[in-house]
Design a protein around this ligand. Structure first.
Ligand code: ATP
Length: 324
């Protein structure tokens, strides 16, 4: 294999640059040239790719987002768009492709590999941690830590005012971020799409906590919860409610995506970028590299994107037992 291409796709995730750097340097060590594709699949089907060498990825480990750029490409969802992408890869002499992204990106990668003759290897890069085949995805750890920083600040103001805060966090249809932020942030509850919510019980718990002298209450709500944090707050305390409980709703939003990657995301990115190059050199195709119980893992791409991963119920049980 003489030349491969690499792209980042879907939502940006801190640690994608560490993975990119690792791909480029591992390939360089093996004597393989790397083309960096601009803006994900949009750049792939338009042929926006150019050589990226070991020096070009110097000093990017600590930078959030992705220096290659990313995009949501509608065209690539069609077979014609993917055929254009294949044509571009042939024109540029690309013999293997590494896709760093989330479930949508890996589904696209799977179809591309199925329909064409260029082997494709996926790397799990998403803050949502919702893929099968890797205990953690690149970006999850940083996103949780960033959200936690915000939660700690909100706790300061909540306890000063004896307030209840409903805090919405990202994570799409998976409750991973909400669960980890809930446990590490000392929330009263984490509401996640994986579990039903007993709103009456939650209202009672919040009231009891304040009655017993608690100065603040934080309820973390996953964005996948129907209606998000605002709907939950309105259901618990409707406008005509006679309950006098000072509460606020806040959504942490896109600040959770940015920022310098944590040690864990840098190391995971480094390890999986290197593993992806090795997988292509070993003639692997249609797989995602991951880390399971600290061991490198290969998982069929189809399994990785189609079997959504969810937080184990024992973690939610833990949060529940510790909340007072
Ligand atoms: P995140 O989980 O962070 O949102 P993602 O990879 O799931 O990242 P998506 O926007 O779902 O982000 O997908 C990224 C790109 O992958 C899309 O813009 C599209 O080009 C391609 N893609 C997604 N789904 C499909 C599909 N079903 N078929 C072909 N390509 C797809």
């Amino acid at each position: 294999m003489q030349r491969i291409a690499v792209l980042t796709s879907g939502g940006d995730a801190p640690g994608m640059n560490a993975a990119l750097r690792s791909v480029v340097r591992a390939a360089d060590a093996a004597g393989v040239e790397v083309l960096g594709v601009r803006d994900g699949y949009r750049g792939l089907h338009r042929g926006w790719m150019e050589p990226i060498d070991a020096r070009a990825v110097s000093g990017i480990l600590h930078i959030g987002g992705t220096i290659l750029g990313t995009a949501r490409s509608h065209t690539f969802r069609s077979i014609e768009g993917r055929q254009d992408a294949l044509k571009m890869m042939h024109e540029h002499g690309v013999e293997g492709l590494i896709v760093i992204g989330g479930d949508g990106s890996l589904k696209g990668a799977d179809l591309l590999a199925q329909e064409g003759d260029v082997p494709v290897v996926g790397v799990p890069g998403t803050i949502d941690n919702d893929l099968t085949g890797s205990d953690f995805t690149i970006g999850f750890d940083t996103a949780v830590n960033t959200a936690l920083e915000a939660v700690d600040r909100i706790r300061d103001t909540a306890s000063s005012h004896h307030r209840l805060f409903f805090i919405e966090v990202m994570g799409r249809q998976a409750g991973w971020i909400a669960t980890y932020v809930g446990i590490a942030g000392g929330a009263t509850a984490a509401l996640v799409p994986e579990q039903g919510v007993d709103l009456d019980a939650l209202r009672d718990r919040v009231r009891d906590s304040f009655d017993m002298g608690k100065r603040f209450c934080l309820v973390v709500v996953a964005e996948g919860q129907p209606g998000g944090a605002r709907a939950v707050a309105e259901e618990i305390f409707p406008a005509d409610s006679d309950v006098e409980l000072d509460h606020r709703v806040t959504s942490l939003g896109h600040m959770q995506r940015g920022g310098s990657p944590s040690m864990r995301d840098r190391v995971l990115g480094a390890r999986l970028g290197d593993a992806a190059v090795q997988a292509l050199l070993d003639d692997c195709n249609r797989i995602m590299v991951g880390e399971v119980r600290l061991e490198l893992n290969h998982c069929p791409l189809t399994t990785a994107w189609s079997q959504e991963s969810h937080p184990p119920s024992h973690l939610l049980g833990l949060l529940d037992r510790l909340a007072r």
